[in-house]
Ligand binder design. Structure first.
Ligand SMILES: [Zn+2]
Length: 110
């Protein structure tokens, strides 16, 4: 298990959690005040996935990606890790790790 946590921020007004962390809630704006910085465990559930046949420059096609929901409803877009194991399905539990470029990658744990 990775000890890495995922930095995020939580709005004191609407309680939404966003990744990466921000100063101001993207939903409430400045009236909610500064967001609270929190750390989330690097595990989540796959909400959606896709495979890009024409990925951005610097990536090899086909490029699998997954939208993963973390604790407290935070959503992040992840690349597949080299150790992803297999094609993901909606509802799969995944572990999130950062690659050498600092991008989120998922690995199926169930
Ligand atoms: Zn808010």
């Amino acid at each position: 298990m990775s000890e890495q946590t995922i930095s995020s921020s939580k709005c004191k007004m609407c309680n939404r959690v966003v990744v990466p962390p921000r100063e101001t809630c993207p939903y409430c704006g400045k009236k909610a005040g500064p967001m609270e910085q929190i750390e989330l465990p690097p595990v989540g559930t796959v909400q959606s996935y896709t495979t890009l046949q024409m990925p951005p420059e610097g990536f090899k096609a086909p490029l699998p990606m997954a939208l993963v929901e973390l604790e407290q409803g935070a959503l992040i877009l992840c690349l597949t890790s080299e150790h992803a194991g297999r094609q993901v399905n909606i509802g799969d539990s995944v572990e999130i790790e950062l690659d050498t470029e600092g991008r989120f990658c998922y690995r199926v744990i169930t």
